[in-house]
Ligand binder design. Structure first.
Ligand code: ZN
Ligand code: ZN
Length: 316
């Protein structure tokens, strides 16, 4: 699968073109909205975004977003600060997470909405995920060393700061050390799937990711299915018996045909349809995307009902 990081790090003109076509593809959806501006998929510095939780909420307020969910990769570290900031701006905050998992044909991201961070067992498992991801970075460093590139793991950790160590930080260290001339080169030559220093995500299967989200009293939604390297329909169908709650239908990189397809899939199988921009902060040309994905009227209400059902079912 083409990771978003790699897409984001692509050439500037590609970004602009991609983004223009995305915006055009979504004008139809915008006409169908109830007028409520929402953002259900975005990242802060707690994972690989560039803004702090407070900065992101401030930006959301500036863009008149009324419902916000922060969905950092494998961590809920931004929730408390973001929730407080949302109260100040009277923005409805939905506690979210984007859990990385691995199916046979590639990575699958599973979004969790309405998760309760007070569930300590859940937090422990989330932290275990985080450790697995650190292990992944260490394995990448070992592979780079074997290739004759003595990049320092400690330096990568420093570059990551409070965020989880991931491929973007390894790429940054490679650029900093002069082993590559551009961040994209780090992915193209070493870190992308199929390249010599690529290490797959360890840890959960998609079904286990759904289970983890349900344990945390949230609802589980497969993120950006069209980006899955295998057959997305088969993947989604295989997750129905595991209690999959929804599909991320509205997404910048989904074509209008894909949007229609996944909306129909969700309807047929009684799943909720969600959507969001996958905003990561001020990264090149993609900086204006927070709140840019408009959901059809009634979407947020359907998501809220599903979260309420999940929470009353698990606490009964
Ligand atoms: Zn994702
Ligand atoms: Zn994301």
């Amino acid at each position: 699968m083409k990771a978003l990081n790699e897409l984001r790090l692509g050439s500037a003109s590609n970004h602009a073109d991609t983004w223009r076509s995305i915006i055009e593809a979504h004008t139809l959806d915008q006409r169908n909205t109830s007028g409520l501006i929402t953002e259900l998929h975005c990242h802060t510095r707690a994972s690989d975004g560039t803004l702090t939780p407070s900065e992101l909420v401030e930006l959301a307020a500036n863009r008149n977003i009324r419902v916000l969910s922060i969905t950092d990769h494998d961590t809920v570290a931004a929730h408390d600060e973001a929730s407080e900031a949302c109260q100040r701006y009277r923005i409805q905050f939905i506690r979210g997470i984007e859990v990385s998992s691995l199916a046979d044909q590639g990575e699958v991201h599973v979004l969790g909405y309405g998760v309760k961070p007070t569930d300590s067992r859940t937090i422990e498992r989330i932290l275990a995920l985080r450790d697995a991801r650190d292990g992944r970075a260490k394995a990448m460093v070992a592979k780079l060393h074997a290739l004759g590139i003595p990049v320092s793991y400690d330096r990568i950790k420093t570059l990551a700061g409070d965020a989880m160590v991931g491929r973007p930080h390894v790429a940054k260290a490679l650029l900093e050390g002069g082993w590559v001339a551009a961040r994209q080169e780090a992915f193209d030559h070493y870190l992308a799937e199929g390249k010599p220093a690529f290490v797959p995500h360890q840890g959960l299967t998609p079904a286990e990711a759904i289970e983890l989200i349900h344990t945390a009293h949230g609802i589980a939604v497969v993120a950006h299915p069209a980006l899955f390297a295998g057959d997305p329909d088969r993947l989604l169908a295989s997750l129905l018996p595991h209690g999959l709650d929804g599909v991320e239908v509205y997404y910048p990189m989904h074509t209008s045909e894909q949007v229609a397809h996944y909306a129909a899939f969700a309807k047929t199988h009684g799943l909720i349809a969600t959507g969001g921009s996958d905003f990561h902060g001020f990264v090149g040309d993609l900086e204006t995307t927070l709140g840019s994905i408009h959901l059809p009227g009634g979407s947020i209400e359907a998501i809220e009902v599903r979260i309420e059902q999940a929470q009353s079912a698990t606490s009964a």
